[in-house]
Each structure stands twice: as structure tokens, then as C-alpha cells.
Design a protein around this ligand. Structure first.
Ligand code: FEO
Ligand code: CA
Ligand code: CA
Length: 731
């Protein structure tokens, strides 16, 4: 990848060249269209389950949860029967557009101070690198709102007027982060620029307050909870790989700690009130010399290749080239993954193994280190959805976002006990260290299996043909290799996961896959390959517009090892042929490349896009949806002749565009106050393809209040949307 040029996630390479068993099986299978429909025709199971759900994806409406009491059911009065806000038209305007009667306000943009002693942002006076420890990071992404009890100063899911907003800063747009773009001096990155870049990654915790009458939301600038976690923050390891030789570095020879989290994309949250941040495209931050393979074992080379760090790989930002002065040289050397010393405890050859994890952060506790929860596996983590049912074990659903990668689930050994709410990292130790990791296999007949990834099971042992596994630490650290060897299904870039609070069905966005139909043959779960013309010039191929798959565990148990699935929604342009536009999208709801996605506690599904296929017609967007359930549609055949199972066609009342973003942005991250009167979204990388800092292709967020601004720097930012009459969003 070209260093210092704008980074696009679809640049990530295909690393899954495994010829896993399932691959062959699925080609030989044929859809049994009756099998799915007959099993899911009754909605009775859904109705009984709704009253037992708690935590994670429905926590805000269970007002009795904080004392550990019995959860209350989803309030049917709060879910709209149909969508009735005025749909936002597709457009290429440089502004966030919301429906009539709604207002969008910029809340927290790149560089904004979270400490009163630091000056406000000034486009013409970019602050120092170290000051970004007290400023908003860049490229805002996954996000969650945690209500705070005013007297206990702890998590209280019922509180809307005061809370902590926690969000990821996935990566950086160096063109606009620095005074005059990124530079190199004698082939090296200047230290202050590197410090600014490292600090602009990670996570923000900011306290916010909302006026009960006007619904106006503000950041509490002097809050003791305001905090930045960056690419340098000390983190502890816990779970199956903690203390393993695979995590040993010069910084922590015992493999118990590392510094920093980065490429934090989607997010999750736990029913006990902590935040989960996911390390996605972490591998691109490391460099390896062409000569390094000669110093590595055959197993190390297999693993490095599978995770995309071949010998000769350059790093995305060149952090390893900086000369220490303000910080120790060691902080920069760690981005070079060469075997330099005589043993791994004296260099950073294992540095890449210390990233790619699910990280837990207790936003209410700034004293303890965040914890990397290794039992949930290491891959390009994108998002996590936890399904919590009192008395059942917890299930965490997770995607690995690269072309042809897998969907995973972690099931805790411990059963969910609502008394653990506000249990902090101790609750994390209880639910996220001991448990089983699984990977999904989707069969063409609408059934599926969770295949257990445990050392000693399913061929995961020393004689495994893909990789010689010697421990569970090996299995979780190289989860992709374990998944390859058990025949998991290669998916079209799994992004966000969410659980329908009404029936426990799990939804996963599959954003697109330019190589579906070529290096990845179609199957029923990834059934489309077609061509689309972009801007009348460039032909795009594969699964151009993405889809959303959903599945339901057998007997609705979090511990189930099988499930049923169908495809809830196919992205498409409204004008595309019916066997591509299989969900019946119209101008009011057509979309491409679904990515961010979240069921709010009422059961309204919010879908966000990170697109490069329909952006010749419209900027990225967010839509609201009222989905049905698995089996409410029919069998279908795609334009390329692949049979699949598609959900009921959408209508203008069940899927509607709620918002469009400014130029060259992605819409991502979603959170709501539990009174449903404020909704938060992130605008990531507006103007990302600008040629130069002096010629910005977007001037947002300045354009939000002055549409005529043509000079301001584009900055990623959090936006809060409220109704002008103070009413319920999409109510
Ligand atoms: Fe960072 Fe897969 O989006
Ligand atoms: Ca097109
Ligand atoms: Ca994403």
C-alpha cells in the first residue's frame, strides 16, 4: 500500500486462500426451499422469548435491571408500527441531512478539547501531538451511550439526561490531521506527527448532559470521566492467550501487557455496563523486512501470511521510522515486527500478536487498565453483539471484516446473573475469560452449524494440516487458521452484528465483496455476483452492494450449536434488475454497502453505509427499518443463478432513509438515550479523497451551520439528532 496516501478499508488484501472443506461441500448442495420456511412459519417462539431477554441489546428498557431484578419485556407501545418520518432523498450535498422536523448538531469533532486547560480547535493552529491525549481522536466509529446515576456515578441504563458517550477513533486522515499534511524528513516520520497520529487513534470517553425540555445535548468539558485511550495506553491481557509465549515482547516478556489499541472499528457493550472496542485492520501498522522469513519458524511464517504480514510488508503510517526524543525509542521500534534479537522477549517480533483482539473498557473506572479479552479470538475484529438471557450463558457474536472471512461466536461458561451489573472488569473476568469460541458454517439449505474452536477438538491439535496447534492460546491467537481447518463459510466481509430484542435473531452486515464470483464462488449465504457501472466509467464486480444475513439459534439458546438463517436485506440501486434488487428497494430506501447496524431497544433497526459503489449518486447514509423474522420471505434465484433464501420484501413503511452525510464520508457508530429523544451518529472521514490539505473536497462540519463555507478543514465528528418538538426519534 502506498504510504501516506488516503487509506480505504477495501484496500485490505484477501488473505484467506484456504481451500477449506466446506467450500467444496457447498457447491454440491442444492437449496431445499421448504426446509427453512416450514420450520419458521410460526411466530410463537418469538413472542415467548421476548419476555426473557435482558442486557446487551435491550438493556435500556429494563428499568428494574440495576437492582438485579427480573427484566421487563420490550415495551410494545414504543415500537412504531410503521415508519412515518419524511424520507431523506439521495444527494451529494456537503451536509448532514435529516427528515423534516429533526435537527442535526455537531457535538464532538476531531481535535475538540475534553479538558478546559486545552484550547478550542483552530484550523489554522493545529495543536501539538501530545495535546491529543486530551482531544478528540480522528475517524470516529463505533459508539455507545451509558446512562449515569447522579448519586452513585455508576452505570444506570434508565438515565437519559446524564451519561458517558464512548466511541472509537478507528484510524486517521493524515492530510487534515497535520498543519500541512503528513511529512517525512530524511525518510523518517517526524516524532510530533507520529505522536499526534498515535494519540488520534483509540477511544474517547466523554460525559454528556441533555436538557430535559429542549433535548439539547452538550459535552461536560470539566468532567472527571473525560478520558482518551490511545495507541499507547497500557493494556492487560486476560483469557486463553494471556501469559503465552506468543504475546511475549521486550515490553512484557511474560506476555501479560501491551501498549495501545488501534483500528478500533465497530464496538460492543456488555450487560454489566462496560464498553467493547474491536481491533480491526491492525496488521497494516507493522513493517517486516524481506529478510525476516529466514529468521522465522515454518509455523510463524504460516501465521504471519494468514494475517497479512508477509516479509517485505511496509507499514501504513511509518511509525517505526520515528526517532525518539519526547518519547522513548522503544515506543516506535515496536511497530517493526522483525526478529532482531536472539529471543522474542527482547524484540517486537510478536508485536502483531498483541493486536487484533476484543478490548474491554470500563468507562466508569479510569484507574484500571483496559483488558484485551483473548478468549474471543484474534482476527480483524469488527463489532460485537452480546445476547444475554437471565439464567443462560452469554453469547457474543463477532465478524472478521476481510473478504472471505468468517463469523464467530463466543459463549461464556458462566450464566448471566443481573447482579453483576456494574461489576466492571471483575465481571469481564467472569464472563469473557472462560468459554467456548465457535465459527459459523452456513449450509445451502438454510441451516447452519457453530463449529467449536477448542484445542483438542475438531482436529485442532499438533497434527492439524493447516497449523500445528499446541494449546488454546494457539487456537485463539490464530483463530483464522483454526476456522480454516474446520470448514467455516467464507463470507462477504462480515461487519456489524446486532440482536433483535423481540426474538433473539442475530443480524450481520456483509458489506460487499469485489471478489465474490471470482476467487470466492457464490453460495446461498453469499449468493450474488454482478457488474455495476460507477460514474459511467468504472465497472465494479462481485457482490457490489452487500447484504444483511440473519440467523436464529436452535431452541433460541445462546449455547446452540446449530441455527437457521436467511438474508434479511440485499443492498442495491432501486433501478437494478429484480434478481439483483431482491428486496424490492425504491428511491426512498435504496442503499449500498451496509456496515454499521444496531437494533435500538424498541426493535427499530438502524442501518448505516460505508460505500464506494453508489457514491456517484448519493453520499453515505443511515436508514431505519422494521424487520420481520426469519422465514417471512421466500426462496429466490439471483441474476447469476444462485438459489438463496430472502426475507420479505421491504416497503416504504418498513425501510426508510433517515439521514445522509456530507461528501466522501462514511456514516458509522450509533447510540441513543433510553428515552429515544436523542440519537448519536458519527461522520467518518469527510473529504477523504482530497488531493491536498489546501484543497479540501469537503468543508464539513463547518458547513453544518454555514453551507457556504468553502475553506474549512473537513473533520470527523459525532452528531446528535433530536426532534425540533422534543419528541421521540422515529416515534
Ligand atoms: Fe472498519 Fe470493517 O469497517
Ligand atoms: Ca451504479
Ligand atoms: Ca465498519
Amino acid at each position: 500500500m502506498t504510504e501516506l496516501s488516503p487509506y480505504h478499508e477495501d484496500q485490505e488484501l484477501d488473505n484467506n486462500t484456504s481451500d477449506n472443506i466446506h467450500f467444496r461441500d457447498i457447491l454440491e448442495q442444492h437449496i431445499s426451499r421448504r426446509s427453512l420456511i416450514s420450520k419458521t412459519a410460526s411466530g410463537a417462539v418469538a413472542l415467548t422469548l421476548a419476555s426473557t431477554l435482558t442486557g446487551c441489546n435491550d438493556n435500556d428498557n429494563n428499568n428494574s435491571n440495576n437492582n438485579g431484578g427480573t427484566p421487563t419485556p420490550v415495551d410494545p407501545n414504543q415500537k412504531p408500527e410503521k415508519l412515518s418520518f419524511s424520507p431523506v432523498s439521495k444527494n451529494l450535498d456537503d451536509i448532514v441531512t435529516v427528515p423534516e422536523g429533526y435537527q442535526a448538531t455537531v457535538l464532538y469533532a476531531l481535535g475538540d478539547s475534553i479538558n478546559p486547560t486545552y484550547a478550542e480547535w483552530d484550523d489554522n493552529n493545529i495543536p501539538s501531538g501530545p495535546s491529543f491525549q486530551f482531544r478528540s481522536g480522528d475517524c470516529h466509529d463505533g459508539m455507545h451511550y451509558f446512562g449515569m446515576n447522579a448519586s452513585t456515578q455508576r452505570f444506570d441504563e434508565s438515565i437519559s439526561d446524564r451519561g458517558l458517550l464512548v466511541m472509537n477513533h478507528e484510524y486517521i486522515n493524515p492530510t487534515f490531521l497535520h498543519p500541512k499534511g503528513p511529512t517525512k524528513v530524511d525518510g523518517r516520520r517526524p516524532e510530533d506527527e507520529v505522536i499526534r497520529e498515535v494519540n488520534a487513534h483509540g477511544v474517547s470517553v466523554i460525559e454528556i448532559k441533555k436538557d430535559k425540555t429542549s433535548q439539547k445535548v452538550e459535552v461536560v468539558k470539566n468532567s472527571i470521566f473525560n478520558r482518551r485511550i490511545t495507541g499507547s495506553t497500557v493494556m492487560d491481557f486476560a483469557g486463553a492467550a494471556a501469559g503465552s509465549a506468543l504475546l511475549a515482547t521486550a515490553y512484557s516478556p511474560a506476555g501479560r501487557q501491551t501498549r495501545g489499541t488501534h483500528n478500533n472499528c465497530g464496538n460492543g457493550y456488555t450487560p454489566w455496563g462496560t464498553y467493547l472496542t474491536t481491533e480491526e485492520n491492525f496488521i497494516g501498522y507493522f513493517a517486516r523486512s524481506t529478510t525476516d522469513d529466514a529468521l522465522r519458524s515454518p509455523e510463524e511464517i504460516i501465521a504471519l501470511k494468514r494475517y497479512g504480514l508477509k516479509a517485505g510488508s511496509g507499514s501504513r503510517y511509518g511509525w517505526e521510522s520515528a526517532i525518539g526524543g519526547v518519547e522513548s525509542q522503544d515506543l516506535y521500534d515496536r511497530w517493526n515486527a522483525d526478529a532482531k534479537a536472539d529471543m522474542a522477549t527482547k524484540d517486537y517480533r510478536n508485536g502483531p500478536n498483541t493486536f487484533g483482539w476484543m478490548v474491554e473498557i470500563d468507562p466508569f473506572d479510569g484507574r484500571q487498565n483496559p483488558v484485551k479479552r483473548t478468549s474471543l479470538g484474534r482476527f480483524a475484529h469488527e463489532d460485537s453483539a452480546c445476547r444475554a438471557v437471565v439464567g443462560q450463558q452469554l453469547a457474543f457474536y463477532m465478524g472478521d471484516d476481510s473478504r472471505g472471512e468468517y463469523i464467530y461466536k463466543f459463549v461464556s461458561d458462566a450464566k448471566w446473573d443481573a447482579n453483576d451489573i456494574n461489576g466492571g472488569y471483575a465481571a469481564g473476568d467472569k464472563y469473557m475469560n472462560a468459554g467456548k469460541l465457535y465459527v459459523a458454517k452456513f449450509n445451502n439449505d438454510g441451516s447452519g452449524q457453530w463449529i467449536e474452536l477448542s484445542f483438542g477438538k475438531n482436529g485442532l491439535n499438533q497434527t492439524n494440516a493447516v497449523y500445528p496447534f499446541n494449546s488454546q492460546a494457539d487456537v485463539v491467537t490464530f483463530a483464522r487458521l483454526a476456522a480454516d481447518s474446520v470448514g467455516a463459510t467464507k463470507m462477504d466481509r462480515p461487519e456489524w452484528c446486532t440482536v433483535n430484542p423481540e426474538n433473539g435473531e442475530v443480524y450481520v452486515t456483509l458489506t460487499n465483496n469485489s471478489n465474490r464470483g471470482s476467487s470466492y464462488p457464490t453460495d446461498a449465504a453469499n449468493p450474488r455476483t454482478y457488474e455495476d457501472l460507477y460514474n459511467n466509467t468504472k465497472t465494479q464486480k462481485g457482490n457490489v452492494n452487500g447484504h444483511i444475513i440473519r440467523f436464529r439459534e436452535t431452541a433460541d439458546l445462546t449455547t446452540a450449536e446449530s441455527f437457521k438463517w436467511d438474508i434479511y436485506l440485499f443492498g442495491a440501486e432501486a433501478s437494478m434488475a429484480a434478481n439483483i434488487n431482491l428486496s424490492g428497494l425504491t428511491d426512498n430506501n435504496d442503499l449500498s454497502s451496509p456496515d454499521g447496524m444496531w437494533f435500538d431497544p424498541r426493535g427499530v433497526l438502524w442501518i448505516q453505509t460505508d460505500d464506494g459503489a453508489y457514491t456517484d449518486v448519493t453520499n453515505c447514509m443511515m436508514l431505519a427499518a422494521l424487520p420481520g423474522q426469519i422465514g417471512d420471505g421466500a426462496a429466490a434465484t439471483t441474476s447469476n443463478g444462485t438459489e438463496t433464501l430472502v426475507g420479505k420484501k421491504v416497503t416504504d413503511e418498513t425501510l426508510r432513509r433517515f439521514l445522509t452525510g456530507p461528501k466522501q464520508c462514511e456514516i458509522t457508530g450509533i447510540a441513543m438515550t433510553p428515552d429515544y429523544k436523542a440519537i448519536f451518529i458519527n461522520v467518518q472521514h469527510p473529504g477523504e479523497d482530497s488531493d491536498d490539505y489546501a484543497t479540501p473536497a469537503s468543508n464539513w462540519p463547518a458547513t453544518q451551520t454555514n453551507p457556504n463555507n468553502t475553506t474549512a478543514r473537513p473533520r470527523s465528528a459525532t452528531v446528535v439528532i433530536t426532534r425540533t418538538d422534543g419528541g421521540v426519534i422515529a416515534g
